[in-house]
Every structure is written in C-alpha cells, then in structure tokens.
Design a protein around this ligand. Structure first.
Ligand code: NAD
Length: 324
C-alpha cells in the first residue's frame, strides 16, 4: 500500500520541495499551510491534497489527523519564520515564540493520540550559543555544544524548547520523533523579497536588480555555510528512513564562506561584477557553519551540491521572478 505523508508548512519553501520529493517518490502527500496556496508552486505539483489551516488552532489541526486513516510520516516544518531582518531585530519576538510553540504543542498532542508513524521536527542552527560563534574562522556548532544554552534570538529559544518537547513526547508517549537542525537552507521556490528572505536569496535579488553597487549589512566578514534545498530534502528523507537514531542532528553544509564571498559567487552567477557597499544592519553571530560528523557517522551521507552550483540555480530562478 502507498505510504501516506503529511507535510506541515507545505506551502513554504522547504516544505514545498519536501512534499514534491515525497510525491515523486510515490507517497500519498497531504500538505498543510496557513497560506491559501503554496507561494511558488501549483499545489498539484507538490501534493495530492492541499489544506489551508491555521495550525495554532487545535481543532483545525485535529481535523487534519481525523480526515484520513492516519499518516506514516509527518514532517513538521510550519513556523513563524523569516531572515535576519525578521528574526533578529526583536520586533517579532513574541509572535515568533507564541505562534511556533503553539504549532509544536498541538502537533505532539495529536501525534500522541492519533495514528501516526514517525514525526520529523525542523529545528535550527539558531539554537547554538552565541559565544561559540564569535570567531568567524572557527565557529563551533557540534550538536553537543548546545548546552549550556545561550541562543542569540528568541526564535532559537523556541526551537530549543520545541526540540526538547519532541524528545519528551518520545520518552513519555513513545512518539517516534526525528529532530534535525537546519543550517541556512536556500534554493529556488523560496521567499526572495519582502523582508522574510534569507541571505542567498537577498543577495541574488540585489545582484539581479543592481546596475553598479549592492548593499551588505555589516562588514561582510561574518561567515556562514548554506545548504542547497535538494540536499536538505535528501538529508531529511535519509534521516526518516532509518530506525535507530532520533537526533538531534545537524542538517547543513560545511562549505563556509564570508558574506562578501557569497556576494562574489552571486555576481559570478549573474556574469557581472558590482561594487559592495557595507551598511548598518542586523548581522547575527559572526561565524556559523554546520558540523556534519554526526550525520555522516549515522547516515553515511554528505551534501552533494556545491555553493557555486546551488547559487547559480537559485540566481536563475530569482532573476526570472524579478522579471515577471
Ligand atoms: P517558510 O517560512 O517558507 O515555511 C514555513 C511555513 O509555515 C510557511 O509557508 C508558513 O505559511 C507556514 N506557517 C506559519 N505559521 C503557520 C500556521 N499557524 N499554520 C499553518 N502554517 C503556518 O520557511 P522554510 O525556510 O521553508 O523553513 C521550514 C522550517 O525549517 C521552519 O520550521 C524553519 O524554522 C526551519 N528552518 C529553516 C531554515 C532555513 O534556512 N530555511 C533554517 C533553520 C530552520
């Protein structure tokens, strides 16, 4: 019989790609999102059934679990989410914590009561302590370094709380959870304007729109690594398809670059060189990259798509969006 998958946050960036991949793999896929339609896909491209629902609302959430005969796999990616301009200014802290925590509380209560197989939870690199990420050349994001806890944003604190919630429901109610910590995922079919976009998308948009100069927040020497969305989806699926290891585990890339270097890569993708102007703005921690040793050990797999290739694919898509 076909396996049934539920993708929460399926109208969003990673959720859309994940739902599409599961559908392509032969799953019966239900995607749920507060959005009326997936932002960058036709719903039939990514799922068999697309439901618009506010997952903060317990009754709406329960109705999804009661609609069908249960789900073999649940992927929980719904969150009140955005890039640095949304998460690190402090202006959205209460909503970010309240909205995402409610979704996760509802999800676990229902997973414990209803017929579900495994539940994947998308945590974040933002849970790692700020003091381990002050050296741009040598950040430490090994899984065990998360305690004593000191995330640099309320978004990170909510993710850490929810990670613990998923593990507690595994311990007390035998919900089969898998907890992954995403590190800066990027690619086509994601938010690329409006303030909620992430750095690679913002960079591609700025390069596509500029005729001489682009602006970068801070001095651009802060470092990050970026995981192409196809590699992210592959990593999640491999993690879900093994039976022994619950995580938490990093799902990211180890190809670390400065933001100035990322800008150059986006310019190469566009085939033109622009000036960089550094301006004041939220920059987050000074250095961050994934440490994939645990993922490699448990799943024997590493990301395949280089930053050059991934940015080139993303640039092409954003440039086409900008022209519409
Ligand atoms: P996204 O914003 O594109 O997707 C999240 C989706 O959740 C959105 O479509 C949104 O409409 C939906 N949502 C929000 N509130 C909802 C509600 N009340 N009811 C129903 N749906 C609701 O973000 P994404 O980049 O695809 O991220 C997916 C998950 O991965 C999120 O949990 C995010 O925190 C986590 N994550 C992402 C990254 C990254 O680099 N993209 C990094 C770390 C963690």
């Amino acid at each position: 019989m076909d396996k049934r998958a539920l993708v929460l946050g399926g109208g969003g960036f990673i959720g859309g790609h994940l739902a599409k991949r599961l559908k392509d793999d032969g799953y019966i896929v239900t995607a749920v999102d507060i959005k009326e339609q997936p932002e960058f896909w036709e719903s039939h491209e990514i799922c068999h059934s697309y439901i618009t629902a506010d997952l903060r609302d317990y009754a709406s959430f329960r109705a999804i679990f009661e609609k069908d005969e249960g789900f073999d796999e649940v992927y929980q990616l719904a969150a009140d989410m955005g890039g640095a301009g949304y998460l690190f200014t402090g202006e959205n802290d209460a909503n970010v914590m309240h909205n995402s925590a409610l979704i996760n509380l509802n999800c676990l209560e229902l997973a414990a009561k209803k017929n579900v197989g495994k539940v994947f939870y998308s945590s974040s690199a933002c849970i790692y302590p700020e003091h381990n990420q002050m050296d741009p050349k040598n950040p430490n994001c090994v899984e065990s370094s998360v305690y004593p806890a000191a995330p640099d944003s309320e978004y990170g604190w909510e993710k850490l709380f929810s990670e613990r919630l998923y593990l507690a429901f595994n311990k007390n109610y035998s919900v089969a959870v898998r907890v992954g910590r995403f590190h800066n995922v990027y690619g086509p079919h994601g938010t690329w304007e409006g303030g909620k976009e992430k750095v690679p998308a913002a960079m591609c948009r700025k390069v596509a729109a500029s005729d001489g100069e682009i602006e970068i927040w801070g001095d651009g020497e802060q470092t990050r690594s970026f995981l192409f969305v196809d590699d992210c989806v592959e990593a999640v699926i491999r993690f879900m398809r093994q039976d022994d290891f619950l995580g938490p585990v990093n799902i990211g890339s180890e190809e670390m670059v400065s933001i100035n270097e990322l800008a150059r890569i986006a310019m190469d993708a566009a085939g033109r060189q622009l000036k960089i102007k550094h301006i004041e703005g939220p920059i987050g921690v000074l250095g961050r990259t994934s440490d994939n040793a645990l993922y490699r050990e448990k799943m024997d797999w590493s990301p395949k798509i280089s930053l050059n290739e991934g940015v080139a694919r993303t640039y092409k898509w954003i440039e086409a969006q900008a022209r519409k």
